[in-house]
Design a protein around this ligand. Structure first.
Ligand code: SF4
Length: 117
């Protein structure tokens, strides 16, 4: 069976972030991006025509970074509410694990208006 790839979820040529500084979307990298950088990434996602496919892909395959207009923690909450598991070789991101350990996933679920977070 063919492994699902990013192109199976959305047309990357239509991505609003195409050609943008990729570090905007990985605020936890050592380069250390600011809250303002995350807002810039969110603005790009908000105007992106493939945001739904990007989010769906990232829920299944991407623990790290900002995808489909959602942070790592927001996506972890969505995964739990939709019973989606990341592949074994892709553990939840460190920030999502920290949020879970600190009990912050429920608060994020409330903010996202998810009843089963
Ligand atoms: S939703 Fe955001 S991260 Fe995904 S392709 Fe569009 S701009 Fe890039």
């Amino acid at each position: 069976m063919k492994t699902k790839e990013i192109d199976d979820f959305f047309d990357t040529k239509k991505a609003a972030c195409r050609g943008e500084d990729i570090t905007l979307f990985f605020p936890n990298l050592p380069a250390g991006q600011t809250r303002k950088d995350v807002q810039l990434a969110k603005q790009l996602c908000d105007q992106c025509e493939v945001v739904e496919g990007c989010l769906e892909y990232s829920l299944h395959f991407e623990p790290m970074g900002f995808w489909g207009g959602k942070t790592e923690v927001e996506r972890e909450v969505l995964r739990r509410s939709k019973n989606i598991s990341l592949p074994m070789d892709r553990r939840p991101s460190p920030s999502a694990r920290r949020a879970a350990n600190a009990g912050r996933l429920r608060k994020t679920a409330k903010r996202l208006d998810l009843a089963n977070g």
